[in-house]
Ligand binder design. Structure first.
Ligand code: GLN
Length: 202
């Protein structure tokens, strides 16, 4: 059972990706809906809004607890920002769930370019480079020792920038695989969820 946070953002696209992989997906808005989840996706959208609504809906602390307890979580774009331990160019009142020891910069790719498409190789995912769609996306400015850098932008002015990371049960991408029909990142996450389930049950 994979929840998709449904406070704001492109929840539906993630639910479609989960369904296409024959996993069971469910939108999540309330704290009690976290209880029976095996994994959670935090969608792209607007991290300041997601943060504000998470506080209003009483989700901040319960979700932080589940993250600390090992719940596998994947965040794309605004979801990546929500998983960061520290945010640059955020709003003063914006609070992340945290979990990944990294600093992300919001809207990092520049004001002129609202969105762009680029190529990213992701380690651990076969089948060639990713065609990645970035929409007012963050990049990862700094990572702690526990964080594995999975992908960087291959070419163009942002070449070398970190855009995919993993820290144990937490995965984050700056881009939106849910919008391109390439299911490999979601498949990778569903595998993480299955492996986590086997460890707890075993
Ligand atoms: N700029 C947005 C934010 O700060 C993220 C954009 C996105 O998720 N596409 O949350």
């Amino acid at each position: 059972m994979i929840g998709v946070l449904a406070l704001q953002g492109d929840t539906r696209e993630h639910l479609h990706a989960v369904a296409d992989l024959d996993a069971i997906g469910r939108p999540v808005r309330r704290a009690d809906e976290l209880d029976d989840l095996d994994g959670l996706i935090i969608p792209g959208g607007e991290s300041t809004t997601i943060s504000k609504l998470a506080v209003e809906f009483g989700l901040l602390e319960p979700l932080r607890k589940r993250i600390a307890g090992g719940l596998p979580v994947y965040g794309s774009c605004a979801g990546m920002i929500m998983l960061a331990s520290s945010i640059l160019d955020g709003r003063a009142d914006q609070v992340p769930f945290g979990g990944i020891d990294m600093t992300v910069r919001r809207n990092a790719f520049g004001r002129q370019v609202d969105s762009f498409e680029g190529t990213v190789d992701i380690s651990g995912i076969d089948g060639g480079a990713f065609h990645a769609v970035f929409i007012r996306a963050p990049w990862v400015e700094e990572v702690g020792d526990a964080v594995e850098v999975l992908g960087r932008v291959k070419d163009g002015p942002a070449a070398g920038r970190i855009v995919a990371v993993r820290q144990e049960h937490l995965l984050a991408t700056s881009f939106h695989p849910e919008l391109t029909g390439d299911l490999r990142v979601h498949r990778y996450f569903v595998e993480m969820v299955r492996e986590a389930g086997q460890t707890t049950e075993g």
